[in-house]
Design a protein around this ligand. Structure first.
Ligand code: NOJ
Length: 509
């Protein structure tokens, strides 16, 4: 059971309105109480924050906005004492344009050795004024930017995130050093950003059909040479060899790959341990789509004997309360979806705020900070709406997130009821639902085993049984349906005369 801490938005200890490592350390008691096993901390490295830390200028230091190395050491120590493991994000695909390597490359001439750690190319057309190929940036616009000397460089994300050339030995050696640096400090593993993007085809061929911009989408390597190139697997084997020098460390890859078999390749026995699977997150509120997403995810992983992974929300996607319709309806559905997610075998990830039922926030234009907003010419509002700081207590912003005067994104005026303190003692709150569900998931023998057996269920509903005997039933239709036999141990909402109401899920043994 992982808990994703979006460090900027979790808790602020130094009153600057931005979450930090001490803030996380101060709230470890809450995370223990919630009942998770491990943290995934989003990037806290030195960064100009063009993509909120996914643009790294020094991968072996903490950005002052988040604290310092002592704060991290203290966080790891305290988390371990609470029995929580700590995993951190690594960003192998690109650096910041303020990384010393890119600064050196920018001031060195075309053709220089300094440029070989990235992808520098002359442009196309008579005066080289067209980008070297037709690749698009995931954030919108071309994936190439031009320097004043006429050469172009590749960035699959923002121009401030130049892609590294993993065929260069310095890139490999430096990454190994970074891994060891953090492993030596006691981190329990890594989440690897854009794990499907690190290897590029040597000739950088055009994309068959340049995709419309969109933040993150499943890549089909046949049509899209930017991602999921076969060469990436040797890199993951190297990364695994480094992790294996240490006992008990875990590697999770972010791999947006369409095909189940292609996804399975990332978690072969000598590669990563886990790969995110976003099919459940992408499913609409529809039982058939849920069944399809779950079946695909289970099949993909069973071929390589790796645990499946389950995600409903993260810092890149609209929160699921909002995706399922928002308001009371979205919340009811989110409660039910949580029981589906947490009943499944394998590894589940809770994104901070899922357990509070936070919705996305409609932010005013002037508050938006995600580079997607500018890169898309204001067509896409970006990901700030799912990154708003967490409410901890009190009736008005900043709800105990900070003791300072402001927060890096504005917090809504009506979040008092969603604050941790307001939910903790309310048995019907989302937080109580998560705590109960996590306790059962952790401790109930019926939760054991890797198999999921599907039952016939009324249209618009699903029901499955874990090897250990736990049955999960979901009604995503709009009428009451009968429940499968068994004793109810948890339900996402009130039941009616033993029937399962719409937008409700139940666990039975
Ligand atoms: C995936 C991360 O989750 C996202 O937030 C980031 O913008 C891109 N990778 C680029 O690093």
């Amino acid at each position: 059971m992982f808990y994703q801490v979006y460090v900027r938005s979790f808790a602020d200890a130094n009153t600057d309105g931005v979450g930090d490592l001490r803030g996380v350390r101060d709230r470890l008691g809450y995370l223990s109480l919630l009942g998770i096993d491990a943290l995934w901390l989003t990037p806290f490295y030195r960064s100009p924050m063009a993509d909120h830390g996914y643009d790294v200028a020094d991968p072996r230091d903490v950005d002052p906005i988040f604290g310092n190395l002592d704060d991290l050491d203290e966080l790891i120590r305290a988390a371990h004492q609470e029995g929580l493991r700590v995993t951190i994000d690594l960003i192998p695909n690109h650096t910041s344009d303020r990384h010393p390597w890119f600064m050196a490359a920018g001031s060195a001439p075309p053709g220089s050795a300094e440029r070989e750690r990235y992808f520098f190319r002359p442009g196309r057309g008579p005066d080289g004024a067209m980008p070297p190929n037709n690749w698009l940036s995931v954030f919108g616009g071309p994936a190439w930017s031009r320097l004043p000397d006429g050469e172009w460089y590749l960035h699959l994300f923002a121009p401030q995130q130049p892609d590294l050339n993993w065929s260069h030995p310095d890139v490999v050696a430096d990454f190994e050093q970074t891994m060891q640096f953090w492993l030596d400090r006691g981190v329990d593993g890594f989440r690897l950003d854009v794990a499907h993007g690190m290897a590029k085809p040597a000739d950088l061929p055009d994309m068959a059909e340049p995709q419309a911009p969109g933040v993150l989408k499943h890549a089909d390597h046949e049509a899209d040479p930017r991602f999921d190139n076969d060469g990436v697997h040797d890199l993951h084997r190297m990364i695994r060899r480094v992790a294996d020098k240490y006992a008990d460390r875990v590697l999770t890859g972010e791999a947006w790959v369409v095909d189940d078999d292609r996804l399975a390749r990332y978690v072969r026995p000598d590669e990563l341990h886990l790969a995110f699977n976003f099919r459940l997150l992408e499913a609409d509120w529809n039982a058939e789509m849920f069944v399809e997403a779950i079946t695909h995810s289970l099949n993909a992983m069973s071929s390589v004997d790796a645990p499946p992974t389950w995600v409903l929300s993260n810092h890149d996607m609209d929160r699921h309360v909002t995706r399922y319709g928002g308001g009371e309806l979205g919340t009811r559905r989110a409660r039910a979806a949580a029981l589906v997610q947490l009943a499944l075998p394998g590894v589940a990830y809770v994104y901070n705020g899922d357990e509070l039922g936070l919705p996305n926030v409609e932010l005013p234009d002037e508050a938006l900070q995600d580079p997607v907003w500018e890169r898309s010419d204001h067509a896409d509002r970006g990901r700030d709406g799912e990154r708003v700081p967490l409410p901890w207590n009190g009736a008005e912003p900043p709800y105990g997130f900070t003791e300072g005067p402001g927060t890096w994104l504005p917090m809504p005026a009506d979040w008092g009821g969603l604050a941790v303190e307001a939910q903790l003692d309310d048995p019907d709150s989302m937080l109580s639902l998560y705590r109960n569900a996590l306790e059962i998931r952790r401790e109930h023998p019926a939760m054991s085993g890797d198999e999921v057996q599907w039952f016939g269920a009324p249209t618009g509903c699903l029901a499955f049984r874990r090897t250990g005997g736990l049955v999960c039933a979901l009604n995503a239709a709009d009428e009451l349906v009968p429940m499968p036999p068994g004793e109810v141990v948890l339900s996402s909402g009130p039941l009616e005369d033993g029937m399962l109401p719409p937008d409700t899920a139940a666990w039975l043994v």
